[in-house]
Design a protein around this ligand. Structure first.
Ligand SMILES: [Zn+2]
Length: 302
């Protein structure tokens, strides 16, 4: 039974990030490998180590790859990387720095020894065989909602332990596990200028809107999204001067609290389906031809 629950939770975690980048822009960098019909996730999913190149986030969060990635150490003074078998604790140097900085803050919170860090990116980024649509360019991080009570988990424990859900009523509200520490952590996470946006379930955003005092500008970066109740997802801006990296459009002005309330209202009272809605477009596999040309170079580099 325990095992069954763990499997379900793992599936929920995997599903959490699949749709979050639907509006990510396409890379504007040149694509020259237009005839390369190889399936990108099979190639990037097989890369076991980073490329020996200067660090570079290439393309968009959901259509890109990364050169010269660094690996978040599996265990640090204030963090542990989880699910080591996935080999997704790779990212751009700015991302690894950010995670370590945020984990030091987390360790100051009552009941938190630091952070349990979920998926970042593959060693050379790119599309994945399972899970996320984004996390491709080394700038996305999933952080578990489960407060770490110890940082000496074995590799096996890190495969087996599940995070915990923070939601009630399909995400319209937070549940009793949600705490002021979670709000303090998300506020600190969003207040960092390296951050572009953070995805979390709608009920959490509304809770933070209701509880925030003083400066509310950080709330703008907290974006309601599907899933994201076992973890929250931090997305960083393109590093300064990285010309191959494609940013997402900034969130609309304002704290976004009204928008989050609309999400909640739609969960509680789902609108009737629109009879004129076009059928959803089937998603085509990302071929090498669709990725920036640099991604082929990165794949082939030592
Ligand atoms: Zn994610």
């Amino acid at each position: 039974m325990v095992r069954f629950v763990a499997v379900i939770a793992a599936l929920a975690l995997l599903a959490g990030c699949q749709t979050e980048s639907a509006s990510a822009p396409q890379a504007t960098v040149s694509t020259q490998n237009t005839n390369d019909t190889r399936i990108a996730k099979q190639l990037f999913g097989a890369a076991r180590v980073a490329s020996a190149q200067a660090s570079d986030a290439v393309g968009g969060y959901a259509l890109g790859c990364q050169a010269g990635a660094v690996q978040l150490p599996e265990t640090g003074p204030t963090w542990q990387a989880m699910r080591l078998s996935r080999n997704r604790n790779w990212a751009q140097p700015v991302t690894v720095d950010y995670v370590q900085d945020l984990s030091r803050f987390a360790a100051t919170l009552p009941g938190w020894e630091g952070l349990y860090v979920g998926d970042m990116s593959q060693p050379r980024g790119g599309p994945m065989l399972t899970g996320h649509r984004s996390h491709q360019s080394g700038l996305d991080i999933d952080i578990w909602m489960l407060p770490p009570d110890r940082l000496n988990l074995t590799a096996q424990e890190r495969e087996n332990i599940s995070s915990i859900s923070m939601r009630r009523a399909e995400g319209a509200y937070t549940n009793s596990k949600w705490s002021p520490q979670h709000e303090a952590l998300l506020k600190a996470a969003a207040s960092d200028p390296r951050v572009a946006r953070i995805f979390v379930f709608p009920g959490a955003k509304v809770a933070m809107c209701n509880n925030a005092t003083g400066d509310r500008s950080w709330l703008r970066k907290i974006r309601p999204w599907w899933g994201h109740h076992y973890h929250f997802h931090v997305r960083l801006n393109c590093p300064a001067g990285d010309r191959a990296c494609v940013d997402q459009a900034a969130p609309p002005p304002g704290d976004g609290c009204g928008d989050a309330q609309v999400w909640v209202n739609n969960i509680l009272n789902p609108p009737p389906p629109d009879p004129n809605a076009p059928p959803p477009k089937p998603r085509s596999e990302i071929t090498m031809a669709r990725l920036p040309a640099q991604c082929t170079t990165i794949l082939n580099a030592n």
